[in-house]
Design a protein around this ligand. Sequence first.
Ligand code: SF4
Ligand code: MG
Length: 334
Amino acid sequence: SEPVLDVENLRVWYAGAGGPVRAVDGVDFTLRPGEVLGLVGESGCGKSTLGRGLMGLVPRGAAVDGRIDFDGRSLLTLSTRQRERLRGAGMGLIFQEPMTRLDPLMRVSDHFEEALRTHAKELSKKERETRALESLRALGIPPTRYRNYPHEFSGGMRQRIMIALALALRPKFIVADEPTTALDVLVEAQILRILADIRDRFAPAILLITHNLGIIAEACDRVAVMYAGRIVEQGPVDAVFASPQHPYTRELLRSTISLTTQELHSIPGAPPDLVAPPTGCNFHPRCPSAMRVCASRDPIPRTLERQRVECWLHETLSDEDARPLENVEVSVAD
Ligand code: SF4
Ligand code: MG
């Protein structure tokens, strides 16, 4: 099937104290209906900014360019109003910083009524209620609670009601940005169950943003590994996990003790400052395989048998370019 989302050379730069922060710096990927793409990387790699950039929710003054085609429309050419409407009806953001908050003075039913009346005008009152109850049921909220007020639910249930509210609009594309703070009440097992239910019942395309490789293994069809504003490797989860082709992916996988239970552990060195990213490959200061060419020239994206990767190891190089980077430094010092 045709991709529902087609992203090309997307950049999201926002103003920082020391100059523009290149949080997303030239990213390409596509997403087909019903497909779940996991976006993984250390914190600060730009993955949440990418998700927000797709939704049109970037900080004031941020520069967004490149191309985002969603459902046949070019998003970056739409007006703010058109994008807002689309964000209501066609795209949803779940788990983190929901776009809608539950109004304590409104019943759950009123929230659904309002959202569906605004964004699903074709539905009758009866159909709106059916749709709402179906969505709530998918998130494990019993229909008997439909007319309750937000305070009558636990924090976890409120979070699930907000997800149901987003799903009631039947978005074709969802950004699921995994909660990362202690304030978030959904745990990994619940996130996995919710994602599986959403998938089975509604089959939207999902971009799942996480730093947890266990969640990726469990819930995703494909994975995109992000480092310093770039997707350095992407492909089917089984291919990337069994045979990573980028040194950063290898480090990520190695730094995880158990794929099913452990989150990422640190890789030697720190991610670069995105105000002044390294010349050449952004990973070269931390890369165990870095070569001379890596420090001066950006690697070219290359499509291999099953995955797409940005790394000079997959190119034919001159002996000079292929010299280990340490040797270059020594010879410069000489
Ligand atoms: Fe390492 Fe060079 Fe590949 Fe970058 S391009 S990941 S520095 S080998
Ligand atoms: Mg660079």
